[in-house]
Design a protein around this ligand. Structure first.
Ligand SMILES: Cc1cc2nc3c(=O)[nH]c(=O)nc-3n(C[C@H](O)[C@H](O)[C@H](O)COP(=O)(O)O)c2cc1C
Length: 336
C-alpha cells in the first residue's frame, strides 16, 4: 500500500508502532520494521543517550529496514538529557523521530538539517495545526480511546480524524483504538494515511514484556480501562487493577487537593514492575480501549499481514460491493 506516510518514511505498509515505555526496545521496533511498518524505539526508556545509541545499534543488527525513535517531552523538574538524545539520533543515522508530550519546535531545525522526518503525536486539531505550522513532517492524531495520554479534550477518533483531515495539509496517521484491517480502512476513509498502534503491539510474540501483561490484555475488554491523573491535568488511560483502584480512591477523596506525591506509589516506577516482573496489580500502565478487540498473541508479521489482507478484502469486496453503478456521479461533494 502506498500513502504519503509510506513515502515519507520509506516503508511498505502504513502502520507505525507508537513509542511505548518499557516496551519499545529494539526487539519490538525491529519486528515491526521487518514486517514493513515503522518500528519505534522509546528513547527515554533507555535512560541515557549512550544507552540509546547502543539500543539503536542493536536494532540495526536485527533489521536493515527504516525504524525511528520516540522522544517524549515530560513535565519534569530535572528534564532528561534531550540535547544528548537528539545528538545520538542524528549521529546514529536514524531518519524518523516520533515526538510527543510537548511542543518539539526547539529540536526541529537540527533534525531537519540531518534529514530526520518528524511525526508529532497530538490529541487535538489545534495542536496538530501547531505541529504543521512549526514544520513537523506529519502528525499522529491520538483520539480519546487511546492508551496513554489522550489529553483533556476527550474527542474520539470518529470526530477527531475527519476534523484533522479538514484542517491539515501534512499527512497524518490515526492513533488510538487501531487493531485490525477494519481500523486501517476506517482511518483511511476518514482522511488519515495510516495508523499508529500501541496496545495491539504489546500483545504480540515479539513484544519484550512479561507474559502476564499479554494475558491481561487478552482477558480485558473495552470497559476495563480507566482515566487517571485527570485532577492533575495529566490524564492517562490505563488498565484497571488493584493499584489503579487505590489511585482512583485517592483522587475521589482528595479532590482538588490531590498532589503528585500522594499518588506516586501508584504511578511512579510502575512500568518495570509490570513489564519486567509481571506484577499486574502494581499501578498505572498505559492501555487503550482497544483491548476489547484483542484476543490473540500473533507474531508481528502475522498481525501485520492479517491487517493488510483484511483491509484489502474490505476495500475490494465489502465496500466496492456496496456501490451501485452511478452512485458516485450523483454525489456533489466527495472528500478526497
Ligand atoms: C504500554 C504503553 C506505553 C506507552 N508509552 C508511551 C511513551 O512512552 N511515549 C509516548 O509518546 N506514547 C506512549 N504510549 C502511547 C502509544 O505510543 C500510542 O500513542 C497509543 O498506545 C495509541 O493508542 P492504542 O493503545 O489504542 O493503540 C504508550 C502506550 C502503551 C500502551
Amino acid at each position: 500500500m502506498k500513502t504519503r506516510i509510506t513515502e515519507l518514511f520509506g516503508i511498505e505498509r502504513p502502520i507505525i508502532q507508537g513509542g511505548m515505555h518499557m516496551v519499545g526496545f529494539a526487539e519490538m521496533a525491529a519486528a515491526v520494521s521487518n514486517a514493513g511498518g515503522l518500528g519505534i524505539i522509546t528513547g527515554l526508556t533507555q535512560g541515557t543517550p549512550e544507552k540509546l545509541a547502543k539500543e539503536i545499534a542493536r536494532c540495526r543488527e536485527m533489521t536493515d529496514k527504516p525504524f525511528g525513535v520516540n522522544l517524549t517531552f515530560l513535565p519534569a523538574v530535572t528534564p532528561p538529557d534531550y540535547p544528548g538524545f537528539v545528538k545520538v539520533i542524528i549521529e546514529s543515522g536514524v531518519k524518523a523521530v516520533e515526538t510527543a508530550g510537548n511542543n518539539p519546535q526547539k529540536w526541529l531545525p537540527a533534525l531537519a538539517e540531518a534529514g530526520v522526518k518528524v511525526i508529532h503525536k497530538c490529541t487535538s486539531v489545534r495542536h496538530a495545526l501547531k505541529a504543521e505550522a512549526i514544520g513537523c513532517d506529519a502528525v499522529s492524531v491520538d483520539g480519546f480511546e487511546c492508551g496513554g495520554h489522550p489529553g483533556e479534550d476527550d474527542v474520539p477518533n470518529f470526530i477527531l480524524l475527519p476534523r484533522a483531515a479538514d484542517e491539515l495539509k501534512i499527512p497524518f496517521v490515526a492513533s488510538g483504538g487501531m487493531a485490525d484491517g477494519r481500523s486501517l480502512v476506517a482511518a483511511l476513509a476518514m482522511g488519515a494515511e495510516g495508523v499508529n498502534m500501541g496496545t495491539r503491539f504489546v500483545a504480540t510474540k515479539e513484544a519484550p514484556v512479561h507474559e502476564n501483561v499479554k494475558q491481561a490484555i487478552l482477558a480485558a475488554n473495552e470497559l476495563d480501562t480507566r482515566l487517571v491523573m485527570r485532577p492533575l491535568r495529566n490524564t492517562e488511560r490505563v488498565l484497571i487493577n488493584a493499584g489503579v483502584e487505590r489511585l482512583l480512591e485517592k483522587e475521589r477523596t482528595l479532590g482538588a487537593a490531590l498532589t503528585f506525591e500522594q499518588i506516586a506509589p501508584e504511578v511512579a516506577g510502575i512500568y518495570p514492575r509490570v513489564m519486567v516482573d509481571g506484577d499486574m496489580d502494581a499501578g498505572a500502565w498505559s492501555c487503550g480501549m482497544v483491548v476489547g478487540l484483542i484476543d490473540d498473541i500473533p507474531t508481528v508479521q502475522e498481525l501485520m499481514d492479517r491487517i493488510m489482507a483484511e483491509a484489502e478484502m474490505i476495500i475490494r469486496k465489502r465496500l466496492d460491493g456496496f456501490l451501485a453503478a452511478g452512485v458516485l456521479s450523483q454525489l456533489t461533494t466527495v472528500h478526497a
